[in-house]
Design a protein around this ligand. Structure first.
Ligand code: SF4
Length: 437
């Protein structure tokens, strides 16, 4: 399938990417490609959804923030709030029981938001202690808490480190000018000080860095990454600004729309720079030093190769189970009413079709390894010969021949196209959706 006559070079990829992206923007084509399967969702009919003794990854949300960041794609802060932390924990406890989470081994727990660390120190302790007490953990479980820079005080870090072994910090950018663009009031030096303090409590820290914001450039992201390396950060998630329907800026999104070609250049430059500095990128956009992976992320990575159940708790959370997708209501009062009546606060759900299960497994592997084995495709979609044929046509198309190298019947995504992986997955999901039955 490889077109040997047309050798691609780094210099000409912006043209090719822009050709591909002509009909796309980051509003319609988003990172969450499973969204395409939502057309097969139904209104919740009260059915019982429970862990079936499988290993599980759990997300517990605290979907509220003090203020809303201009780039945020979540609905945090726009929903009612609980009267007290005790009330919210009581509801999470009921939700966990209804889902039967105590019967599964938890391989990873993620407390995310919103901003769970905006709770005062004693409420934070109560929240972490009570909710972690709902679960039994496997050996080497990865327990992450998400925080912004502002809440990294000694008192709160003390509490966080008691219950979590990994800290994820939404740094977004270091430099003052870019922090201002993102509506962040803390200054560069405060960020650096906070990260150094956090490193005294956690040896496993990941920071989020966003790019594509307001005429971003390769030079600008290189400055940000240099700060990260100087401080000694050994794990970072680099992600592209995207816009969601009903997101904060959905009405003005065009004014803030990142330039697709510039984003491709930024990601490639960052990817090369970080690999020269000893980072591995796996999956795409997640950079870390090799020893960080060996320390305690192995179970999580192993999970990417199979099909783990992922349960999300809290308003607006979703669960991706082996056989089902579930989306909770995002209205806190509805969430509370349902749980108070011992009903799951599910808004929509779908049973996963065989083809969706195949696509999801293959997408996990593709994200992890940046490559697709033809045999995997044949194996995953043996019951869908027409889908497989359409996939083959896609991979033989002019652009796909340029996106991928074909080696020993493996399609390997070229680095300059890493930033469009979500849209390649989107293409595949679009075809898959036509064959759901
Ligand atoms: S980016 Fe994080 S802190 Fe900012 S509004 Fe969104 S969830 Fe809250």
């Amino acid at each position: 399938m490889h077109n040997k006559q047309r050798q691609i070079t780094v210099q000409d990829y912006p043209y090719l990417v822009s050709e591909y992206l002509k009909k796309r923007d980051m509003y319609k084509y988003r990172a969450d490609n499973t969204v395409l399967f939502n057309q097969f969702c139904n209104n919740y009919d009260g059915r019982i959804i429970t862990n079936r003794g499988r290993n599980q990854n759990v997300y517990i949300g605290y979907p509220w923030c003090k203020t809303i960041c201009p780039f945020c794609v979540y609905t945090s802060g726009r929903i009612d709030k609980p009267a007290s932390i005790e009330e919210y924990v009581d509801l999470l406890t009921i939700e966990s029981k209804l889902l039967g989470l105590s019967s599964g081994q938890t391989t990873s727990l993620y407390w995310g938001g919103g901003t769970p660390t905006m709770l005062d120190t004693s409420s934070l302790k109560y929240f972490l202690q009570k909710t972690s007490g709902l679960l039994s953990f496997s050996e080497n479980a990865v327990v992450t808490i998400e925080s912004n820079v502002e809440n990294l005080t000694t008192e709160k870090l003390d509490v966080m480190a008691k219950y979590a072994n990994r800290l994820s910090i939404g740094v977004q950018r270091f430099t003052d000018i870019n922090r201002l663009k993102l509506g962040r009031n803390t200054k560069q030096q405060q960020v650096i000080d906070a990260l150094k303090l956090a490193a005294q409590y956690f040896d496993n820290i990941n920071i989020d860095i966003i790019y594509g914001v307001d005429k971003d450039s390769v030079e600008s992201i290189m400055t940000e990454l240099s700060f990260m390396i100087d401080i000694g950060i050994r794990s970072a998630t680099l992600y592209k600004q995207e816009f969601f329907v009903n997101g904060l800026r959905s009405h003005t999104y065009k004014a803030y729309m990142p330039n697709n070609v510039e984003c491709a250049k930024i990601h490639e430059a960052a990817s090369v720079f970080l690999s020269e500095n000893g980072f591995i990128e796996q999956p795409i956009g997640w950079f870390r030093k090799e020893d960080v992976r060996l320390a305690n992320w192995k179970s999580r990575l192993d999970g990417w190769g199979e099909y783990p159940d992922y349960f999300g708790l809290g308003p607006n959370a979703y669960s991706h189970l082996d056989n089902m997708y579930i989306k909770n209501t995002d209205v806190y009062n509805d969430y509370k009413t349902e749980l108070t009546n011992n009903r799951l606060p599910v808004n929509r759900y779908r049973n996963k079709s065989l083809i969706e299960k195949g696509v999801q497994l293959f997408v996990r592997k593709f994200r992890l390894n940046q490559r697709i084995a033809k045999n995997d495709l044949i194996f995953s979609f043996v019951e869908y010969p027409n889908f497989f044929e359409e996939l083959q046509n896609l991979f033989q198309s002019q652009l796909y021949v340029l996106f991928f190298e074909n080696e020993n019947d493996e399609f390997i995504l070229r680095r300059q196209y890493y930033t469009i992986i979500n849209w390649i997955i989107n293409d595949i999901c679009e075809i898959a959706c036509k064959h759901v039955r």
